[in-house]
Design a protein around this ligand. Structure first.
Ligand code: ADP
Ligand code: MG
Length: 322
């Protein structure tokens, strides 16, 4: 590996195709043109080797994940992604690693139309900080604080797949090859729900993305909105693959508390339900109603209408078998 300058030039400085990038990599700062009457949305996430990803991860998967988890935050705000910066700390010389990492990075950036406009390159233990910038029309952002009593609670996609995929990678879960491939792909290649987020702008009262797991993340919406929730466990969307590789109790636990789903969690007033279904159908992204906002401050779980007590914190079926 040559100087920091060579690394930037060789791996990160590629042609940018967005007209709103007036100056990208190469000056003291990036110069970007915001559309008129818009608001800027910024989100940042750090991934540290050993903490947020396994050291043996394929660098292309790592690049995908670092960008995807940030884009998921923009999706949750209803924003249009536009620009990105990357602060990367590298332990040493590994051109093959950097090659694969930067190819993966540019692939996902290109797919979602995001331009890499700057960053920082340093030496030290491997870690990455990606900051994404997006925008949306003034006053249209989806916040966590807008849920109201009576609103319906929804999630996109299926829950628990990613957590099951991680357990396959850690050797804690056995599955046939096909199931394993599906689940690990769901873990390594989360798909930010940008189209869904955009569709929600006009219909949802609140939204966030699921990174820690429904049981904990829903709490953030409830706290920000000053409300409680009733969640119907039999409605939680789970893939057939997940249900085929773990027990029903484990599936439920992964869906509620496994984490890293990167699906959207959102609330919708009764009057917007129909319009929401139409808007989301156009995106081709599944969505499932899992409960309702009620008075109070906690989550009340029920199964087929019957109240149930859940003790999610403090136990993990998979850790027990280690
Ligand atoms: P400065 O010394 O002015 O902070 P640097 O020498 O750190 O600038 O970086 C030179 C240029 O390369 C800047 O435009 C910076 O944003 C960009 N850059 C540095 N590291 C990265 C990276 N990992 N990815 C993308 N751009 C980077
Ligand atoms: Mg400078």
């Amino acid at each position: 590996m040559g100087s920091e300058f060579d690394v930037i030039k060789r791996y990160f400085d590629r042609p940018v195709h967005r007209k709103d990038v007036l100056k990208g990599i190469g000056d003291d700062g990036a110069l970007l043109a915001l559309p008129p009457n818009s608001e800027l949305v910024i989100s940042t996430d750090t991934l540290v080797c050993g903490t947020h990803f396994l050291p043996e991860i394929d660098p292309a998967d790592l690049a995908h994940k670092a960008v995807a988890v940030n884009l998921s935050d923009l999706a949750a705000m209803g924003a249009e992604p536009a620009w990105m910066t990357l602060a990367i700390t590298l332990p040493g010389e590994d051109p093959a690693w950097l090659e694969r990492f930067s190819d993966g990075l540019h692939e996902i950036c290109q797919y979602y139309g995001v331009a890499l406009v700057g960053g920082d390159t340093t030496r030290g233990p491997l870690s990455l900080t990606v900051t994404v910038h997006g925008h949306l029309p003034q006053g249209k952002a989806l916040l966590r604080s807008g849920a109201r009593i009576g609103d319906w609670i929804y999630v996109t996609g299926n829950l628990g797949d990613s957590a099951a995929g991680l357990r396959c990678l850690l050797g804690q879960l056995e599955a046939d090859d096909e199931s394993r491939d599906y689940l690990t792909e769901r873990h390594l290649r989360p798909r930010p729900r940008l189209l869904a987020g955009r569709a929600l702008r006009h219909h949802a009262s609140s939204a966030m993305d699921l990174s820690d797991g429904l049981a904990s993340d829903l709490g953030h919406i409830l706290k920000a909105s000053g409300v409680g929730a009733q969640v119907e466990l039999s409605q939680l969307p789970m893939s057939a693959v997940l249900k085929s590789v773990v027990t029903p109790e484990q599936a439920l636990e992964l869906a509620l508390a496994g984490g890293e789903d990167y699906e959207l969690l959102f609330t919708v007033p009764e009057a917007e339900k129909g319009a929401l279904a139409t808007a989301l159908a156009e995106t081709g992204i599944n969505h499932t109603c899992i409960g309702q906002i009620v008075a109070g401050e906690a989550i009340r779980y029920q199964n087929a209408g019957e109240p149930v007590e859940l003790t999610l914190s403090g136990y993990d079926h998979f850790k027990e078998s280690e």
